[in-house]
Design a protein around this ligand. Structure first.
Ligand code: SAM
Length: 220
């Protein structure tokens, strides 16, 4: 497949990821490989490798590349991990996880976005990504437990059903509301219970649903 964006992708890896301390070589290789532009609407593809989030329609965004990287790095993915992602969006994060050898289960609440993401993932042959339409705050009970749960939308608190579906030794990564933006938290589960670590500040679109925001806080 000819890929005229390869050089832009290399700049993204060097300037946005490596310079900010992303060092994991497998992770950097995944970012070199996944054609991020193909996850964007056609008219925005020219800006696919800029240093920020981009609109994907329906008031939603594909996250900033660095934010996708830091979430993935925090999750410590190893090949064969079963990963639940809440917020499929464009499907880009799912593709990165699949490149790292994960079996991915991803849920999106907006049908139009899910349909587009499914089509992109199909065209790029990401067969290890399983998609579902619905309210991700309830998790995917039939496929639990998961080694990793990534919530790619900002939540007021950690949804209880997701904690229940996390395996022992599992990692859950979530942006939680704190003041005027959010903070990325990593929650680890052990035999003894849950241990929570506070990470960096971030800004995500809201997690909407029974165990998230009851309605979109941006329209209050
Ligand atoms: N991971 C995505 C990517 O790589 O393009 C970006 C996700 S975007 C920042 C957040 C997504 O979460 C939006 O598409 C939004 O519709 C979705 N979302 C919000 N609440 C949700 C819920 N309860 N269940 C599933 N998806 C949800």
């Amino acid at each position: 497949m000819s890929d005229s964006y390869r050089i832009e992708r290399e700049h993204m890896v060097e300037n946005q990821l490596k310079k900010r301390g992303i060092r994991n070589s497998r992770l950097l290789e995944a970012f070199r490989k996944v054609p991020r532009h193909q996850f964007l609407p056609r008219n925005l593809r020219g800006k696919a490798y800029t240093d920020g989030p981009s609109p994907i329609g329906e008031g939603q965004t594909i996250s900033q590349p660095y934010m996708t990287a830091i979430m993935t790095q925090s999750a410590e993915v190893v090949p064969g991990d079963r990963v639940l992602e809440i917020g499929t969006g464009s499907g880009y994060q799912s593709a990165i996880l699949a490149e790292l050898g994960a079996e991915v289960y991803t849920i999106e609440r907006i049908p139009e976005l899910l349909e587009q993401a499914r089509e992109t993932l199909r065209q790029l042959h990401y067969d290890k990504v399983h998609t579902r339409m619905g309210n991700g705050t309830l998790g995917w009970e039939e496929e639990a437990p998961f080694d990793i749960i990534l919530i790619t939308a900002g939540a007021p608190e950690i949804p209880g059903p997701l904690l229940e579906q996390l395996a022992i030794r599992g990692r859950l990564v979530i942006p939680l509301e704190e003041g005027y933006s959010q903070v990325l938290y990593v929650v680890r589960r052990s035999q003894k219970g849950f241990h929570q670590e506070r990470g960096e500040r971030c800004t995500f679109v809201p997690l909407i649903g029974e165990y998230g925001w009851k309605k979109d806080p941006r329209t209050r």
